[in-house]
Design a protein around this ligand. Structure first.
Ligand code: AMP
Ligand code: MG
Length: 414
């Protein structure tokens, strides 16, 4: 948050312009040491080297018998090679005694290969003898042996800065001897609802009241974006209440509010934010969604999203999610997109970019809307796995048209 926000009130902004202005003022958070069990989804802030070879010693990949390949070179089902069994080695044993030539060691998966042995014959290729074993196949040297360092070499860089830690990377950190790693700090985002009409979910709304939905959708969207929600609750429609809630929110890394940014009599957000922060109030040429406010309080970015539940979640998706991901050090800020064939006519306001909540079917390459698209109809969002992104311009997009689709439902990856 380096440059002061500019006032652009009144002039409609495009979605892309608004996002660019937001992202130019957002910077990745500093890094921190985090226990690896709590690092899923984080962005690595260091190169990680293996402390030792993994595996640290040559060991058996199978339950069977460790031998010298040269001792069983002539073996076949018709002509077993019979070897005395001299050792019995389980996973966790130290295997200090060497294996003499012309003998076998019973060995379990993960057990260290005794000195002298170079190959493991699976139980299934033997008669499983205890004192003497009959070997029925000739196996190439090194078969069923995991070499020391075949996974990771001591000192080798096994994960690089910028890597996103998934389950597999967390496992690599563990096996490389790292109980904690340096990662970009996970942003904490305060979530604040505004409105005299709101009651808690557990309450039965009285006359004129509704349950607070946005707190839950936005807190969940914050978490899904890889950040940590800090729920502030409901601020009533007075300057004092709003000021107190926003001051509390500014203790976190970012603030996400809903409602109160419009031109209603009790929309106090503008007044209060002018007093304690700096803010742009934007009319964005999109539906659903406008108006959206963006600015800062004490250097912390604040996203003032509209109150309508669909608009709130959609503007979060388009503006706050990429920003939180940038703060978390992610390099892919946007959802994947595709093109698909529309299976119905879609009407839209010609002067606005329109995001229809949609069901995309990858198999047929088609997409349809989820039905009624009003900005209060949250079900249009819960039925959707994607958004149809229709540009400013046309008023009617015909069935059969190829359209842009934002895939909002794919698992996060790199
Ligand atoms: P506002 O922008 O504050 O005028 O709110 C616009 C619409 O969204 C109004 O119908 C509000 O009742 C509704 N709304 C605002 N906040 C919430 C919320 N947290 N949960 C559900 N609906 C809300
Ligand atoms: Mg309101």
């Amino acid at each position: 948050m380096k440059t002061a926000p500019r006032e652009v009130e009144g002039k409609p902004l495009s979605v892309d312009e608004a996002l660019a202005r937001i992202l130019e003022r957002i910077h990745p958070l500093p890094d921190e040491e985090r226990p690896i069990l709590d690092a899923l989804g984080a962005v690595l802030a260091e190169d990680v080297r293996a402390a030792n070879d993994v595996p640290p010693f040559a060991n058996s990949a199978m339950d069977g018998y460790a031998v010298r390949a040269s001792d069983v070179a002539g073996a076949s089902p018709q002509r077993e090679v019979r070897l005395p069994v001299r050792l019995d080695i389980a996973a966790g044993d130290a295997a200090e005694r060497p294996l003499e030539a012309g003998a076998a060691a019973r060995i379990m998966t993960g057990a260290p290969l005794p000195r002298g042995a170079d190959t493991v014959v699976r139980f299934e290729d033997t008669d499983r003898g205890e004192a003497i074993v009959g070997i029925r196949v000739a196996v190439p040297r090194g078969e069923n042996v995991r070499r020391a360092g075949e996974d990771l070499r001591a000192g080798e860089v096994v994960l690089t800065r910028g890597a996103i830690l998934r389950a597999a990377e967390i496992g690599v950190l563990a096996t490389a001897g790292r109980p904690a790693a340096r990662v970009v700090r996970r942003p904490r985002a305060a979530v604040l609802s505004t409105g005299d009409e709101l009651v808690e979910v557990g309450e039965t709304p009285g006359p004129g009241k509704i349950r607070d939905a946005n707190r839950y959708t936005l807190a969940s969207a914050v978490r899904a974006a890889g950040a940590e929600p800090v729920v502030i609750g409901i601020a009533r429609d007075t300057p004092e209440a709003l000021r107190a809630a926003l001051e509390r929110g500014a203790l976190e890394d970012a603030i996400v509010t809903s409602g109160g940014v419009s031109v209603g009599d009790r929309d106090w957000m503008k007044t209060v934010l002018r007093e304690i922060g700096a803010m742009d109030f934007w009319t964005i040429a999109m539906r659903p969604g406008k108006p959206v406010a963006f600015g800062e309080i004490r250097g912390k970015p604040i996203f003032g999203l509209p109150g309508n539940p669909v608009s709130a979640l959609l503007t979060f998706e388009l503006f706050a999610r990429p920003a939180l991901r940038k703060m978390a050090g992610q390099s892919r800020l946007q959802r994947p997109r595709t093109r698909a064939r529309l299976t119905e006519d879609v009407a839209k306001p010609p002067h606005l970019r329109f995001f229809a909540r949609a069901v995309h079917d990858a198999a047929s390459g088609t997409v349809r809307t989820t039905g009624p698209q009003g900005s209060g109809i949250l079900r249009s969002m819960s039925l959707a796995n994607s958004l149809i992104d229709l540009p400013v311009g046309p008023e009617l997009v015909r069935a059969g048209s190829e359209v842009d689709v934002v895939l909002t439902d794919l698992p996060e990856d790199r």
